[in-house]
Design a protein around this ligand. Structure first.
Ligand SMILES: [Mg+2]
Length: 309
């Protein structure tokens, strides 16, 4: 199967000029640039990250690229090339590979990514799609989790919560904001929300050695969270606080930059939800007393939503 499928893929894959050699050789060859090279990888598995009984496989393929694009966006970079490894169930493997690749190629086209290589194998197990995504960013424009400073504004790029009602299958990584933000402000720290607003904000805080004081009422709640709350017994806020797979970005920047940004780019849908503080942990802004907020979200050592302290 592999040879004919690779021939098909070569025909379908577009190549950027910087990809010297792509699919079909022992390794891809990519022209180096003066930028920092970014690389990340993420794998999705049938039965864990999606259900093939409920989800078209092209959606799984699309998601496998989009979630990696979100990680590159969270570094302030742009994606460039992907290596894709499909581990396929033995039965119907060619058909499954073709369906998964429909979504992979759609996402690659959308985000201007060359599929530069990968691997395909079959076994007696569920479908797994692994994407290693390569990207780049200018050295002075690299965003990291560890750069937040006390007093920084905490900015959220869009509404959160309730993605499991369907949005999680078509993630919209905020690559669209990267260049605008790079041009207008200095982002001190960034992370994308894969496992929940509070859990990923807590990770950013831990990396930066500070905490966050939040104006809870300002957190934008996605309409999907309102719908899910009607059936889940949890509040819309709890969904916004702890649901994963929003793929919005949490950014920190000086208050001055945040104010400038909200004036010059009020149309971007950005919301300041609080400020970084010296005291570690997540805190609710309150006139009289400080209330500690436990981070909650998806943890990868189980398939359930756990409280993480
Ligand atoms: Mg991430």
């Amino acid at each position: 199967m592999e040879l004919s499928f690779i021939a098909y893929l070569r025909g379908r894959c577009r190549s950027l000029p910087s990809i010297h050699l792509g699919i079909g050789d022992d390794a891809a060859a990519i022209e180096p640039t003066e930028m920092l090279q970014l690389s990340c990888t993420d794998q999705i598995i049938d039965g864990v990250d999606f259900m093939s009984s409920e989800t078209p496989l092209s959606e799984a393929g699309y998601k496998s690229i989009a979630i990696n694009v979100s990680d590159i966006a969270a570094m302030g970079g742009m994606p460039k090339a992907a290596l894709v490894t499909l581990t396929l169930p033995r039965e119907n493997s060619t058909k499954i590979a073709g369906e998964v690749y429909e979504g992979i190629l759609e996402a690659a086209e959308k985000y201007n990514i060359t599929i530069a290589g990968g691997d395909i194998s079959t076994y007696d197990g569920p479908l797994a799609v692994n994407v290693c995504l390569l990207g780049e960013v200018a050295k002075e424009q690299l965003w990291r989790r560890s750069g937040a400073k006390e007093g920084d504004a905490i900015v959220l790029t869009g509404p959160v919560g309730g993605s499991l009602s369907g949005r999680h299958l078509r993630p919209q990584p905020r690559l669209d904001l990267v260049q605008i933000l790079q041009d207008v402000v200095k982002v001190n720290a960034a992370i994308d929300i894969s496992d929940g607003l509070s859990l990923d904000l807590d990770r950013l805080c831990a990396s930066s050695g500070c905490g966050a004081e939040l104006n809870i009422d300002s957190i934008p709640i996605h309409p999907d969270a309102l719908l899910m709350a009607k059936e889940s017994g949890r509040s819309p806020f709890q969904h916004a606080w702890s649901d994963g797979e929003d793929f919005e970005l949490i950014l920190t920047m000086s208050q001055h930059d945040a104010d400038r940004l909200s004036q010059s780019h009020s149309d971007l849908g950005l919301t300041q939800i609080g400020n970084m503080v010296g005291r570690t942990g997540l805190w609710k802004k309150n006139d009289r007393k400080l209330e500690r907020l436990p981070p909650q979200g998806y943890t990868h050592n189980s398939n359930t939503t756990d409280v993480v302290n």
